[in-house]
Write a protein that binds this ligand. Structure first.
Ligand code: NI
Length: 169
């Protein structure tokens, strides 16, 4: 099933998500649905709050279907190491049609559980490092626009308010 993506303005995006404690068939279905919803929306990462589910779960595929091994399920993820710096243009499916340069760590190691509850560690560089940090931010109720200047953020918010008025958001 394809879920609609929740947009900026919905409070679910700005509250910390709850840990996942049950690893059952329902979770497996949710993970499949999240990959499907992410691909449908042309994204390379999707966090559960973005489909209105306030749980600590995200999916990532920075290859966008090119490499099946690149499909990552992050349950209850934590950042355990960060190093270096990279500045790149970043966007979010919940803030569509906006992009801003965001400086983040270049290399990031996370610890997370897979869909069966097994803990694993994974190190990502460049886009994958960025995706780890972006998606884990979502689980903490944080959007990428919290990392840009207040001036740029207010400009985006103003434009979004206009779109909301027009019924285009
Ligand atoms: Ni996002």
């Amino acid at each position: 099933m394809i879920y609609p993506i929740v947009r900026f303005g919905n409070p679910v995006l700005e509250k910390p998500a709850a840990p996942i404690t049950v690893f059952d068939d329902e979770l497996k279905t949710l993970v499949d649905d999240m990959f499907e919803s992410m691909y449908e929306a042309h994204g390379v990462g999707l966090a559960a709050p973005q489909i209105g589910i306030s749980k600590r779960l995200a999916v990532i595929d920075v290859t966008f279907k090119e490499d099946p091994d690149a499909k990552l399920v992050l349950v209850n993820p934590q950042v355990i190491h960060k190093e270096g710096k990279q500045a790149q243009s970043e966007g979010c499916l919940s803030v569509p049609d906006f992009r801003e340069s965001v400086t983040r760590a270049k290399k990031v190691t996370i610890r997370a559980q897979d869909v069966n509850g097994k803990w694993y560690e994974k190190t990502g560089e460049d886009l994958l490092a960025r995706a780890f940090l972006h998606e884990i931010d979502h689980l903490d109720g944080k959007l990428y626009i919290s990392h840009i200047s207040a001036l740029k953020r207010d400009l985006i918010k103003r434009k979004i308010r206009k779109l909301v008025k027009l019924g285009d958001w």
